[in-house]
Design a protein around this ligand. Structure first.
Ligand SMILES: Nc1nc2c(ncn2[C@@H]2O[C@H](COP(=O)(O)OP(=O)(O)OP(=O)(O)O)[C@@H](O)[C@H]2O)c(=O)[nH]1
Ligand SMILES: [Mg+2]
Length: 315
């Protein structure tokens, strides 16, 4: 699995905004080191937001979004502006690209107000520094603004670093499992290797959980559902948490002793994405929709299911 398979929700979304011809597409190309976006001196070249998922050092997995000029006019222009505004809902950080030889326009100022209103961290990139003769102007940039030349690739690394400083988002500090365990803990991960499992590899949530367990200084023991009972016996009550594949949940629940926390990769992922409450409520509603006659009370004392930090759920 390549890094480009990082789910979009886990990627830092960086939007490039500004007036037509400011050099947004040129700067996107310079930052990514690729010719992603069409560049021309015709104002209004970019007509739709362009999304590109990529691995961008030193930031990691990101989505870069090039947008049409915010100062576009006419019926079509207004449509483009509204598309650009929709992008605001998706981004973690904004780069406002300004033609440095012209300076901030009224449309740019409006955009900065919008960023503030929506609590979006932003950087002002004064582009075309090569056209500005007055060196002192180029050197005196205020905080969170930077002079660059997309054409001459000047200030590009500095811009990336500045973006990096602003993108320590909630997503990056949030843990998958690390905040539920302690250094030294033993965590058993149950991964059935059946026909549904991809050949020759583990899927991303499994890799991410292993990585997070290791990062915490805990130990991850990985086994199939068929070896779980034996594994738990050999670990002799030293296990703090069992994380299972969702498909094997019912089977695993019967094996894991009552005093060991149990959760699934899907539950951890839902928690990570902030969707756990909605998922738990949804499951509760679905559960109640079921015909009473079909309920099975196979195990009257199932293991405790870890559904959130410090919270156990008895079914
Ligand atoms: N001198 C100079 N010209 C630049 C620089 N960056 C971009 N340009 C030129 O500015 C013009 C517009 O560049 P684009 O990247 O297409 O600008 P844009 O903001 O994407 O424009 P739209 O898509 O029309 O909104 C092109 O002719 C570029 O060659 C720069 O750093 N210096
Ligand atoms: Mg463009």
């Amino acid at each position: 699995m390549s890094l480009n398979d990082t789910p979009s929700a886990n990627r830092v979304h960086i939007g490039f905004f500004g007036c037509r011809n400011a050099g947004k597409s040129s700067l996107v190309n310079a930052v990514t080191g690729q010719s992603l976006a069409v560049v021309s001196d015709v104002a209004g070249t970019t007509t739709d937001p362009v999304y590109k998922s990529m691995e961008l050092l030193p930031l990691g997995p990101v989505v870069i979004i090039d947008t049409p000029g915010i100062d576009d006019t006419g019926e079509l222009g207004e449509l483009r502006v509204s598309k650009t505004r929709q992008v605001l809902a998706k981004i973690d950080v904004a780069v406002l690209v300004v033609d440095g030889s012209v300076g901030l326009s009224a449309a740019d100022r409006e955009l900065t107000e919008l960023f503030k209103e929506k609590n979006i961290n932003y950087i002002i990139a004064y582009n075309k520094s090569d056209l500005v003769k007055d060196d002192t102007q180029v050197q005196n940039s205020a905080e969170n603004s930077i002079w660059v030349s997309a054409e001459h690739r000047q200030g590009i690394e500095e811009l990336k670093e500045l973006i990096g400083k602003l993108t320590v988002t909630d997503t990056m500090t949030r843990r998958l499992v690390g905040d539920l365990i302690q250094p030294g803990d033993m965590v058993v991960l149950v991964i059935p290797i059946d026909s549904a499992a991809p050949k020759g590899r583990l899927i991303l949530p499994q890799q991410q959980v292993i990585r997070d367990v290791l990062e915490t200084g805990a130990t991850a023991v990985v086994c199939r559902d068929t070896e779980l009972e034996d594994t738990l016996r050999r670990l002799e009550g030293n296990v703090s948490l069992v994380v299972t594949d969702s498909q094997a949940f019912a089977k695993v629940m019967k094996i894991v002793p009552y005093d060991i926390y149990l959760t699934s990769f899907s539950i951890l992922m839902a928690r990570f994405k902030g969707q756990l409450d909605a998922a738990v409520n949804g499951a509760y509603v679905l559960d109640r929709l079921r015909d009473e006659g079909q309920r099975t009370d196979a195990d009257s004392r199932p293991p405790r299911i870890l559904i959130a930090e410090g919270c156990t759920h008895h079914r």
